[in-house]
Design a protein around this ligand. Sequence first.
Ligand code: GLU
Length: 489
Amino acid sequence: MTDDLIPARLRVAPSPTGDPHVGTAYMSLFNLAYARKTGGSFVLRIEDTDRARYVADSEEQIFSTLRWLGLGWDEGPDIGGPYAPYRQSERLDTYRPFVDKLIADGHAYYCWCSTERLAQMRAAQAASKQAVTGYDRLCYGKTREQRAELPGFSPTPVVRMLIPQDAPTGFEDLIRGEVSTPRPDDQVILKADGFPTYHLAVVVDDHLMGITHVVRGEEWISSTPKHLLLYRWLGLTPPAFAHMPLLRNRDKSKISKRKNPAARLMWFREQGYLPEALRNFLQLLGYPPSDDASEVASFEEFVEHFAWQKVATVGPIFDLDKLNWLNGHYIRALDPADLGERIVEHLVWTGQWEPEPDPARVDRLLRAVPLIQERLVTLDEALGKLQFLFTPDDELAIAEDSRAGVEGDAQAVLVAAVEALEGLEAFDHESLQQLLRARLVDGLGLKPKFAFAPVRVAITGSRVSPPLFESMELLGRESCLVRLRAALA
Ligand code: GLU
């Protein structure tokens, strides 16, 4: 029987410490894919035990961005599930008995060292260039009274793991095979405020929630031996581990929110990327497809061919050109009506349009979408390309670099165009094209380029625009005439 046949339980366990990081989506994608591949479950757990770094809105943003990406969960803080609660701050009572057992069995001990003393200890270690660093075990084996007589005593203790000489310094990783790690330090597992640290809470919760595979970022590799010790001491079966490579910038540096706007998951939505394109992009960051043709793959296809062995261990480069290409691809594949709806949603979501936009504007936008669909890279570009359709005629400004297009000889073109439009019966793009070609190209003896450029500038305010005759049809005769006359004046 292969591993694939056992329904796996996986989780993503973000900490609500700010704007969600793109890495959270990346981890969610791989966890979810494997859960789906095995017919198992995907759990969202909020790891909010670090109260100093807690940010209130962050959790909501994690929910909304992951849902927007289509990476929904089967169990989580907002929807509940058989192992609720899924927020660690609501599970504080759960951890204490595990701590007590570790202390009783001699695997953990109280430490009353003050932060100042720990800082001094570290400074001294650094100065003496000692090979072995980490906690010096001043408190180990002492009662509170004994310890209180020594300097650097803090009345509220923490609890530390007593890392044995033979602590594991490696483990088997699903992606990397045998991994070796430095010997762990006497890790704090319960803080002075009574909250467990990540290390204890993650082990207890992964166990209680029946997690079979822990899939997380490579920054946790060195923590895994500590977790394995806790599993051993508590008599629990550890899950399998897979550590995903960190996403990297082009210069190979790690993607950080400080340096790269694309580290923020919300950035992609703000920019107008489609969730399916971003998901596909993140899929490609896991492992390159076997051939170019399979670069575009749905989540279902990704799940079907999913295998840990394929995941690259070198940090994948976050190449936004690839994402832009994918986004354009997905945009072109959409039904224009669907694309139109998504553009409207985007404009409302980003606050560029009011929550209930005027139906006439929406209608105009929906009708204009086919004009820009071919070349659109992000939803956010749409309004810029179509702005002239939403600008009142008397406010249309002619772009500085296009001004020459309506001066000099162009005057004759504009005069002829006005005359032509005044007499035109049917105001559709075919009739417009026929008529203007006859009057401006044939009538004035101009090359099409010179004949249509002034009209384009007058109508759209720019030398570059969506197809001219279709744009004119959308604007209607009145607007076109007003714009042509304004350009003449
Ligand atoms: N709370 C940790 C984080 O935000 C989770 C690490 C893990 O998956 O074990 O990265």
